[in-house]
Design a protein around this ligand. Structure first.
Ligand code: AMP
Ligand code: GLY
Length: 423
């Protein structure tokens, strides 16, 4: 009896993979979306309301709860549910500071000599501005806490940077006591994932996200417009460096401080000259990376998670399909700014998922067998193919078939691996 907390594309893909597992009897998604409703029971609860969630899990005698998004993790849902003798997949509140506080992570980098952008932590506006006057540009200004991807400013000049620190100390992302100012890292980004049972870990594949809303990486940052997996950058040698220089020092630190990390760890990396630098940690799977990676997994996913929660991850041998996976996100027109909700999405009922083709829902709801949009990111189209080009063409064909008149998507997802013909 399994419950999944969250309502995005990530959670639908987790739900789907659990649904395919051998040993699942009942599956609940709190609160879920139009897609999860077809394979699980959606449970209308606010994910900030830990007490009500706990009562529900107790009442339904749930054996394992999987936490998808960062916010409840950073707010300590895992500690809370464990205190009530519930089995949970997710890092505890202390470990979740890796994502909840960028400054916490930077301090670990400093202590453990983890390669990352050089940085300075400042605690008032006046000194921050003074510091910025003498710096080289571009540089990066960051709010410390969770900011739904909006607390990072890439600044090309002093005036941009001044505006950024002003906004942060002005409370745009909640009360700010400190600001993080760091060097701009050149290179190519990669998302690197691990599964960790607080004793041993398994690399859980790599991916490349596309954050900007328009083709050619133009326009505003979004939650993610599409991804492909595996990353073109990964090699045995690079993986060894990432583990030795970044992952192990971090896990050793958390262990020494008595943290309990059972869950996914997501390292956002910059790779330059085949050397990894840590940009940030997230304490969960990425979205849309999760939707892109999970269909490649050959193992029984529930079996993997149960072994992880029981501290037996060492016994698991992860197996990946020898295919390329590519995901295109279909958003509401206007996202990440203003967009309309409750727009009917026709044509979805006629399309069946298969082992190489998935439609994962994000902002949808199902009313009387019809799907309506309820958010910025609406659907995730995922295809597994021999190469990225075929996968992308198939995604685009499927989006054409859906033919949603309020939809927007990027046709160039994977351009770095498709146009440069490296395969
Ligand atoms: P985050 O919200 O921390 O994921 O940051 C958003 C994006 O900002 C990252 O995915 C990077 O593209 C970019 N970024 C963050 N820090 C740096 C840095 N020090 N140098 C270059 N780009 C950065
Ligand atoms: N895809 C970026 C994230 O999940 O944070």
């Amino acid at each position: 009896r399994i419950a999944i907390i969250g309502s995005g594309g990530r959670e639908h893909s987790i739900c789907q993979k659990i649904y395919e597992s051998r040993n699942v009897n009942s599956l609940f998604c709190i609160p879920g979306n139009g897609g999860t409703e077809n394979i699980a029971t959606n449970v209308e609860k606010n994910i900030k309301d830990f007490e009500k969630i706990k009562n529900f899990l107790k009442e339904k005698v749930i054996d394992l709860t999987i936490v998808g998004p960062e916010e409840p993790l950073v707010n300590g849902i895992v500690d809370f549910l464990r205190k009530h003798d519930l089995n949970v997949f997710g890092p505890d509140k202390f470990c979740s500071k890796l994502e909840g506080s960028k400054i916490f992570t930077k301090k670990i980098c400093d202590l453990k000599k983890i390669p990352t952008a050089n940085f300075k932590i400042l605690n008032d506006l006046k000194n921050s501005i003074k510091y910025l006057e003498n710096k080289k540009y571009p540089l990066v200004v960051k709010a410390d806490g969770l900011a739904a991807g909006k607390g990072v400013y890439i600044c090309n000049n002093f005036l941009d940077a001044k505006k950024a620190v002003e906004e942060i100390f002005d409370g745009k992302f909640g009360e700010a006591k400190e600001v993080l100012i760091e060097d701009f890292l050149e290179g190519e980004e990669m998302s690197f994932f691990l599964l960790y049972d607080n004793k041993s870990f398994k690399v859980f594949n790599t991916a490349q996200d596309h954050k900007r809303v328009f083709e050619g990486d133009k326009g505003k940052n979004t939650g993610g417009m599409g991804a492909y997996s595996p990353s073109r950058l990964i090699s045995r040698e690079l993986e060894e460096k990432i583990i030795k220089k970044i992952i192990l020092p971090t896990l050793n630190y958390l262990k020494k401080e008595n943290g309990k990390y059972i869950g996914f760890l997501y390292a956002g990396l910059m790779i330059k000259n085949n050397e990894p630098y840590l940009i940030e940690y997230n304490v969960r799977m990425g979205d849309p990376e999760c939707q892109t990676i999970l269909p490649l997994l050959e193992n029984d996913f529930l079996d993997v998670l149960v072994n992880c929660v029981n501290g037996n991850l060492e016994n698991i041998n992860l197996k990946w399909k020898n295919k390329k996976s590519l995901c295109i996100v279909l958003t509401s027109k206007g996202y990440p700014e203003k967009f309309k909700n409750n727009i009917l999405i026709e044509n979805l009922n006629n399309i069946e998922n298969n082992t190489d083709q998935f439609i994962f829902h994000a902002g949808t709801k199902l009313i009387k067998e019809k799907y309506y949009s309820t958010g910025g990111r609406v659907l995730n189209i995922v295809m597994l193919e021999r190469n990225y080009k075929d996968a992308r063409n198939k995604c685009i064909n499927l989006i054409d078939k859906i033919n949603w008149n309020n939809g927007h998507y990027r046709k160039d997802i994977g351009y770095k691996v498709i146009d440069e013909i490296w395969e």
